[in-house]
Structure formats: C-alpha cells, structure tokens
Design a protein around this ligand. Structure first.
Ligand code: LLP
Length: 428
C-alpha cells in the first residue's frame, strides 16, 4: 500500500526514521516516499496494459520538482493547469509533448508559453476560449492542438467543493452543447481538434460514477473520431484513496470489510470497469490521477507544543496548522494522526489544533488519540496530495521543508523558508 510503518517503536518512511528527519530538518516537515510514488504510478499504468494509454499525473496534487523528476523518469506525462506548472514540469525534465493544459482561466501569456513549448493538447472549457486560442495561435503562426472538456452531468458523489461533473459546476461544456462546440471550432483555421476530455470530480471511492460518465461520453468520443479524426479521450483523474486506517497492517483486508460504496478503488477494479466502453474506441486513453499517485505517499510531521485542558475539551496544540494542510478546514478532510514514537498510553478524546488565529484551524475535533504529548512528534498521514501545494504563509509562518525519501536516503527536496524569504519580494 504505502511505505510508512513503525520499526522498533519509531515511525519510518521506508528505511528512514521520521524522528531523525525532524532532528535534522526541523518541523513542520513534509516527508514523501519514492517507493509509494513508483508503486502507484506503475500499478495504474499496468492496469491499462493492452489499451493505448498514457498516465498524465495531475501536477496540482504535488508539484515539488523532485516528485516531478521521479515521475518523469518513470515515463509519466503531466496534466498542468498554469504556466507555473508547465515551468516546473520542464525544469524537472518532463516532456512537453506529454503535457495537457487544463483549467477554466488560461491567460494569453500562458497559452503562448504552452504553444511555443509544443504541448500535446490544450483542454478547452468553452467555445469562447477556443476562439481566443485560435487567435493566439494565429498570431504566433502556429496550430493549437485542442480538446474540449465535456461536462457529462454525472454526480460524482464526493465533497461539493471537489465535484466538477454536474452542469451547475463551472467546468466544461454541457453535454448537450458539446457537439455544436466541435462543429463551430472545426472551422477555426489555427486549431487542430485533437481529443475529448472530462473530469467529474476528486476522491471518488466508488467506480459507479466513473462508469456512468464513461458510458455516457464514449459514444460521443466515437462520433468525434469519425467526424474530426480526434486521437485521444481523457477520462480525467479522481480515483480516491484511503485516508482512514492509513497505518493498518492489513489495509487491503480492511477495505474488503467496508460496504462497496465506501471502498476505495484499486487500479485493477477501476481499469476493469471502464475498459469495456473504452477499448472499442481505438483512441488513446489519457488518465489524469493526482491524489491516487501522491496522497498516500506523504506525511506532515509536526511537533506538539502544548496541551490545554478546558472545561469541555482537551486541545493538543501543534506547530503546524490549516496554513500548511488545509484539507480538514476546507473539505472536512480526514487525516489519521499518529505519534511518531509508538503510543503506550491509553487514547483520550482530543482536538489537535494549530497556531493560526482562526477557530477553523484544526486537524481533528473530538477524536480518540493516544500518544500526542507536548514535546513529542506527530504525523498527519496521507498528506502527500493537496498538502504542501495548498500551503500559505498566513500569519507569516515560513513554508515547511520537504524531504523525498528513497530507501535509506533522504533528499532535501525543498528547504525551509526563512523569515528573510517571507519578505524578500516586498519593499517597505
Ligand atoms: N484533472 C482535472 C481536470 C482536475 O481538475 C483534477 C483535480 C485532476 C485531474 C486530479 O484529480 P485527482 O486525481 O487528484 O482527484 N484540493 C482538493 C482536490 C482538488 C482537485 C482539483 N482537481 C482536495 O484536497 O481534496
């Protein structure tokens, strides 16, 4: 599953002790496992063996250069959503010809950058955007490869902030309007209609909405291939991961005890479910996983500073918070919280909270936890996706350091910000 486990009472990432890393690099500290990244990429890639496909890792989930370099070395493509992400991918040795550029608000500068670098496709969110891209490409004397993003109006049954495939969401073109968008765009001289894209949401733990969306959109893909000779169909990302029981030794068997609806998807189940509709198309299938690749590959290590007992609550105050892992505050996201030194005491009911001056700054509320003691180290599990990338310096806390572990080696993938870094770009 993933590579975090206790060894002689100490939580380790692969063969490296998290306590040793905290001693050397301080806290808060993001720590990632290369082995997990490799395993996740390879398992998904091989589940689609026999189908012409490409895994385009969604850079937004974790865009550290060391992570991108690792994935590029495995042959990964990249799904980017900004000029900044393209810059990172290129810097990490990624191939622009394996990059797709998504997002509802691309600027002229970003479109020019992507076209000049020769990216595989721009995923377009409206006909108006296609007209603009046509104009930019014309000005550059280039042809822009594009795919429209279709909104299939399928309920992904996930948190409303990360659900994207319903017609009330801002994403994509309504299923009923998409054919017309292709028809109109086909007359624009500086565009090449290269594919079709969709993405219905994130952290899906059932295969059902994926199948519903693929079954609904595959006939459209077939028609577009016939009419415009498109070459790819991207089915987006969204595969959910296990956030609970992240350290349980028998995680696989724990899943199978769960009701079907709440069971996380394995790559094999996912591939088996969508293949029947995809295989007959004869199109290249793109996958855009972010969380599936990065989520379980990282933890956030923080130090417990204080315990505060009130009349109704016990608060454990740690040196990280919503500014460095916003998922609990923003999406009621659940992250397992475990002591880095294995607990020997009995669990107690606690809130684990950060230093930020907001009541929404908590990692958990009313949870039974053992071994969270002042002075001790604590790990927030499954924080590899949408953790550091969503971190801010709110309350002027410098950004944490990031470490990429490989076996018994620890690579400083990003050094901790200093106070000077905080003000570097400012003039006072
Ligand atoms: N493709 C597109 C077009 C996307 O918008 C996204 C994610 C992905 C792929 C990757 O989805 P994934 O495989 O990671 O589910 N910050 C939120 C998640 C936001 C997802 C945004 N789009 C969270 O922490 O839950």
């Amino acid at each position: 599953m993933h590579s975090f486990h206790y060894s002689k009472g100490q939580l380790c990432c692969e063969d490296v002790s998290l306590a040793d890393l905290a001693d050397e690099f301080g806290t808060p500290l993001y720590v990632y496992s290369s082995a997990t990244f490799r395993e996740r990429y390879t398992s998904l890639d091989s589940a689609f063996e026999g189908v012409d496909h490409e895994v385009a890792y969604a850079v937004k989930a974790n865009s550290n250069l060391a992570v991108l370099r690792l994935l590029a070395s495995l042959g990964s493509g990249f799904d980017i959503v900004s000029g900044g992400e393209l810059f990172r991918v290129l810097k990490a040795g990624g191939d622009p010809a394996k990059c797709t550029f998504a997002g509802v608000g691309k600027t002229r500068a970003e479109i020019e950058y992507a076209l000049k670098e020769g990216i595989y496709s721009i995923n377009v969110e409206s006909y108006e955007e296609a007209v603009f891209i046509n104009e930019v490409a014309g000005d550059l004397g280039l042809t822009a490869p594009i795919a429209f993003r279709v909104n299939p109006n399928v309920d992904a049954k996930t948190h409303k902030y990360i659900s994207t495939g319903k017609s009330e969401n801002k994403f994509g073109i309504d299923f009923d309007l998409i054919a017309e968008a292709y028809e109109r765009a086909s007359t624009l001289p500086h565009l090449k209609l290269k594919g079709l894209q969709m993405h219905i949401g994130s952290q899906l733990t059932s295969v059902v909405p994926f199948v519903e969306a693929v079954d609904k959109v595959a006939p459209l893909a077939a028609r577009l291939k016939e009419t415009y000779n498109i070459e790819f169909f991207s089915i987006g990302g969204g595969i959910g991961i296990i956030y609970e029981q992240a350290l349980a030794s028998g995680a696989e068997s724990w899943w199978s005890d769960q009701p079907e609806e709440s069971r996380p998807l394995t790559p094999t189940q996912y591939a088996a479910a969508v293949r029947p509709a995809l295989e007959p198309l004869g199109l290249k299938i793109l996958l855009e996983p972010g969380r599936f690749i990065a989520g379980n590959a990282g933890v956030l290590v923080t130090r417990c500073l204080y315990e505060k007992k009130g009349t109704t609550k016990t608060f454990k105050i740690v040196d990280s918070g919503m500014h460095q892992l916003i998922r609990p505050a923003l999406y009621q996201g659940h992250h397992e919280i475990v002591p880095v030194t294995e607990a020997t005491s009995a669990p107690e009911m606690v809130d684990v909270v950060g230093p930020i001056c907001e009541s929404g700054d908590f990692f958990c509320q009313n949870r039974e936890l053992a071994g969270i003691e002042p002075g001790g180290l604590v790990a927030l599990m499954s924080a590899g996706a949408y953790g550091m990338v969503m971190a801010s310096t709110y309350n002027s806390h410098p950004l944490p350091a990031e470490i990429l572990v490989d076996g018994d080696q620890a690579h400083l993938a990003r050094k901790r910000q200093s106070y000077q870094d905080l003000v570097e770009a400012e003039e006072g």
